[in-house]
Design a protein around this ligand. Structure first.
Ligand code: FES
Length: 175
């Protein structure tokens, strides 16, 4: 998750009137997810994934609603959500560029690729372009060290990256 700071004591949760967990979502989770697991808690990850996909983030209000639905403490949901880079508290861009920064990619030149994206899009990791098109992340090993350097763009893994290859990929993405 894209944590910049953790102002736990002073954080003000922005709330909206309509719930994140709609009746339709709760009915679907009850019918399809809860029966798969021995405990409600075990449904937490698939629900976080669903909320992230639907809203582009898991807002704090959504975490509270998920906690209520699963009869957990909000802190339990926050603990899990904050552990994974895949979950963000603010909406991400249409395309999330996740550049692997672990040692295999590091020795194969990940820094030049990361710097190129930072300069090209005027972005630092965990930031999103003003037009909402791109979010930049740095990720840990993506399990493809033999084709380093690699990056995930949304769900697609791009291997043996060069700056030229990455430019071609970025320019091919529709607005
Ligand atoms: S170190 Fe980058 S994929 Fe393993």
């Amino acid at each position: 998750m894209a944590w910049k700071t953790k102002p736990s004591a002073t954080i003000e949760i922005q709330r909206r009137t309509e719930p994140y967990l709609t009746q339709e979502m709760q009915a679907r989770y009850t019918a399809e997810l809860l029966p798969r697991y021995e405990t409600k808690h075990a449904s937490l990850l698939p629900i976080l994934n669903d909320v992230q996909d639907r809203y582009g983030c898991v807002a704090y209000q959504a975490m509270i609603e998920i906690a209520q639905f699963l009869e957990l403490k909000p802190a339990d949901v926050l603990d899990t959500a904050s552990f994974y880079e895949a979950f963000t508290t603010e909406p991400v861009g249409k395309y999330v560029i996740g550049i692997c920064q672990s040692v295999g990619c590091e020795i194969c030149g990940h820094q030049a690729i990361l710097d190129h994206v930072r300069n090209k899009l005027d972005l630092e990791p965990h930031e999103t372009t003003e037009d909402g098109k791109f979010t930049l992340l740095t990720l840990e090993c993506l399990g493809s060290c033999d084709t380093a350097p690699v990056a995930l763009i949304n769900d697609d893994l791009h291997e043996n990256l060069t700056i030229e290859k990455l430019d071609q990929i970025l320019e091919s993405l529709p607005d």
